[in-house]
Write a protein that binds this ligand. Structure first.
Ligand code: ACO
Length: 428
């Protein structure tokens, strides 16, 4: 294969280097395009063909259904690692030794406290506020209490910022849910594992001890791992682009949370559950909703189906489907919603509309069913996704800053009015 791509514009040929990734992916390096062509740019709405960066964190092959964090398969990590280990792996590039993991956890625990004034901000939100709006606001508000900006040239500074947010974020997640449920705000316990602590902070009832349920710990651990990173998706790209202006880590994360909120991205897990509920309420007629999803005049889409990158299957969906069965079975929950989901999946996988467009269940088709089994309110599902994605966002932000990437600033193709004279208001 040649190591150059040639572009001909108006009879003039321009050569651009081809660059190869470690998994043999090939990209055309067009950094010099505008310079050598006198201002010609590319146009690629939704960035379907555009690589925004080089990254060594996550590899995915949408055609083969492969997902790896730092070279380790998602299947193996979901089975053998815990969330904190995966977080360390994503952020620092290698699986931690026991000593490194213990130190990481101990440092996180030191920062597992939030200025009491944050409670006043949380208090000011109405109970009906969507938890994602609350979480994004509180994450941004943390900048007010930790105003010093991170010196990215100092490894120590960078590390401290990371353990600080790893410690504080689960508290914000738990408090956001407790506010929604009208429960008093609680801290966790430093004797617990990272995920056990999240569960305790979320579910402990005042005046009662919280007993850990290993089924729930294991299920949440797995869900968080599966959501921990997914290369340059909408929210991660947002974190990188906001961070590229040298805005701080917390501000960049807050922007990522807002990006995740949308129903075409992380908000899909809430949308899936609402869709399944609506189908149940409507008599469980899955065929009717399949027809709606295929009708181009109907804006309805089968939520939890389709993916920008996976055009074969989403490996995370396979793991989650099995986990949903296990968790609900272990908890002794029979949920008719699970049957509707399985019915829809079966029909879609046999339907030419979905088959031709390579639409498969994505990670969020079954995650909401597990969260529901865990007694987590529907509006909190995307918050749980954000909890899982936190280490991914941090690692991508860290990588972007360490690589000293330039500020993200795409070009456009202007299609508006050309120059025209101003008209006085009386003449319009
Ligand atoms: N239901 C019905 N039709 C669909 C669906 C769906 N869920 N998804 C895509 N299609 C159709 C489109 O109408 C389009 O059909 P056409 O070629 O006849 O016009 C074709 O499939 C391609 O769809 P696009 O929207 O162009 O694909 P894109 O890659 O831009 O979108 C997306 C991917 C946003 C995930 C889309 O599949 C979707 O909206 N899915 C439902 C929402 C969802 O589950 N989002 C979660 C994604 S995973 C995550 O973010 C964690």
């Amino acid at each position: 294969m040649s190591d150059k791509a040639t572009l001909e514009i108006n009879g003039e040929k321009h050569e651009f280097p081809l660059v190869k990734g470690t998994e043999n992916e090939v990209a055309i390096d067009i950094k010099t395009l505008r310079g050598v062509t006198g201002g010609v740019t590319t146009i690629d709405p939704g960035y379907k063909n555009t690589g925004s960066c080089e990254s060594a964190i996550t590899f995915l092959d949408g055609e083969k259904g492969i997902l790896r964090y730092r070279g380790y398969s998602i299947e193996e990590l979901a089975e053998k690692a815990d969330f904190l280990e995966v977080a360390y792996l994503l952020i620092f590039g290698e699986l931690p030794t026991q000593e490194q993991l213990d130190k990481f956890h101990a440092d996180i625990k030191k920062h597992s406290v939030i200025d009491d004034d944050v409670k006043k901000i949380l208090d000011a939100f109405p109970k009906a506020a969507h938890p994602m709006g609350v979480l994004s606001s509180l994450t941004s508000a943390l900048t007010a209490f930790n105003p010093s900006s991170v010196n990215v040239d100092s490894e120590e500074d960078m590390y401290n910022a990371i353990v600080r947010i790893m410690g504080k974020f689960p508290i914000l997640v738990a408090w956001t849910m407790r506010k929604k449920k009208g429960l008093p705000l609680e801290y966790g316990s430093s004797s617990l594992g990272y995920v056990e602590n999240i569960l305790k902070m979320m579910f402990k009832h005042p005046g009662e001890d919280y007993e850990q349920n290993p089924i729930l710990v294991n299920a949440l651990d797995k869900l968080l791992i599966l959501h921990a990173d997914h290369e340059q998706n909408c929210s991660t790209s947002t974190v990188r682009i906001v961070g590229s202006s040298h805005a701080g880590l917390f501000a960049s994360l807050s922007a990522g949370i807002s990006a995740l909120w949308g129903p075409l991205h992380g908000g899909a897990n809430q949308a899936v559950l609402e869709m399944l509920e609506a189908i149940k309420e409507d008599g469980g007629d899955t065929k009717k909703y399949m027809a709606k999803a295929k009708d181009k005049a109907d804006p309805f889409r089968l939520m939890g189906f389709g993916h920008r990158v996976y055009k074969n299957f989403d490996p995370r969906a396979k793991i989650i489907k099995v986990a949903a069965d296990e968790v609900l079975g272990d908890l002794g929950i029979e949920d008719p919603i699970l049957d509707i989901a399985k019915g829809l999946e079966k029909e879609a996988l046999e339907d030419p509309y979905f088959v031709d467009r390579k639409l498969y269940p994505n990670v969020d088709f079954y995650s909401g069913i597990i969260y529901r089994g865990m007694d987590i309110p529907t509006e909190m599902f995307t918050v749980m996704f954000a909890m899982g994605r936190l280490p991914g966002w941090i690692s991508q932000w860290r990588e972007m800053r360490l690589r000293k990437e330039p500020i993200g600033r795409p070009r456009q193709l202007y299609i508006g009015e050309t120059s025209r004279a101003f008209k006085a208001i009386s003449k319009r």
